[in-house]
Design a protein around this ligand. Structure first.
Ligand code: PAF
Length: 276
């Protein structure tokens, strides 16, 4: 696997590349969820580029940025074993040589759910993903369903900017006990990890009994389940239209999804399940 640190060297490597390029953007601390993205990219494209860049502009909390796990050597090993051809690992000045203003108006979808709790987060995500798209010029880009709202935000950016890339959403990968894999899970103590299971359990129960007519009742039941776990601080659990994340689900064009966010100790977790 080639490790490339500058945009110029990356573009040099990728120019005149005859095969389709699949990009897997990550912030490192790789787990099996990321590796499933690599696997899908390998199956669908000729050359897989993974990026590892802990993007400062998407963090709304400085201490979260500071303590974000960065196990670089282990990540490199995992990617090489998974069959990734190129790892792009720039430093912050390479991506942000100067302070720059970024704003892309993608409408309400930015401000719902995560947007309410992490204002500005998706502007940072779009900013870095746009820069990665410009540097790599991928044919396909792979994102995990766990960050469902992020996928929708990026789709919207691709549409508005008319970018020649197809985004692919890959299913959530869970540990055997149901916990959605996340780079942040390493911050959970063994006790907290047990408490965190209420999130996937509540979503699982919701999906099992889901009928659209009883949405609100079932949502309340799921919230009660989570609130009964005193070590978990629920931020939101919403059932929304999967197209625009609006709580109006009367005309769901592409489906209905339940999304949850909560704090377990100091660790903020998100999860979701497609209901219909
Ligand atoms: O999902 C992530 O890891 C990040 O938000 C992404 C897409 C790599 C942008 O920094």
């Amino acid at each position: 696997m080639e490790i490339i640190k500058t945009i110029a060297a990356l573009q040099n490597r990728l120019q005149n590349q005859p095969e389709t390029i699949g990009l897997v953007p990550t912030m490192g601390a790789l787990h099996n969820g990321h590796l499933s993205l690599i696997k899908t990219a390998l199956a669908q494209t000729g050359l897989v580029v993974c990026s590892i860049f802990v993007n400062p502009t998407q963090f709304t909390d400085a201490s979260d940025l500071e303590k974000y796990p960065r196990p670089v050597e282990a990540d490199i090993e995992k990617l090489a074993q998974a069959g990734c051809a190129v790892l792009f690992m720039p430093d912050v000045p390479e991506i942000y040589p100067q302070k720059e203003h970024w704003h892309l108006d993608i409408g309400e979808i930015e401000h719902r759910l995560e947007g309410k709790f992490r204002p500005g987060h998706y502007q940072g995500v779009m900013q870095v993903v746009y820069k990665l798209f410009m540097a790599v010029k991928p044919d396909f880009a792979y994102f995990g369903q766990k960050d469902f709202q992020q996928v929708k935000v990026i789709e919207q950016m691709v549409k508005l900017k008319n970018l020649p890339v197809k985004t692919v959403m890959c299913p959530i990968v869970r540990d055997a006990d149901g916990l959605a894999m996340s780079s942040r899970n390493v911050h959970l103590s063994p006790e907290e990890r047990k408490h965190a299971l209420i999130l996937s359990w509540a979503l699982h129960q919701l999906k099992k009994s889901y009928v659209k007519e009883a949405s609100e009742e079932l949502r309340k039941e799921a919230i009660e389940l989570i609130n009964a776990e005193p070590n978990v601080q629920l931020e939101y659990l919403e059932i929304v239209n999967a197209a625009d994340l609006d709580t109006d689900i009367s005309n769901p064009q592409i489906g209905i999804i339940a999304l949850v966010a909560a704090k377990v100790g100091q660790t903020r977790l998100i999860d979701n399940v497609i209901l219909a």
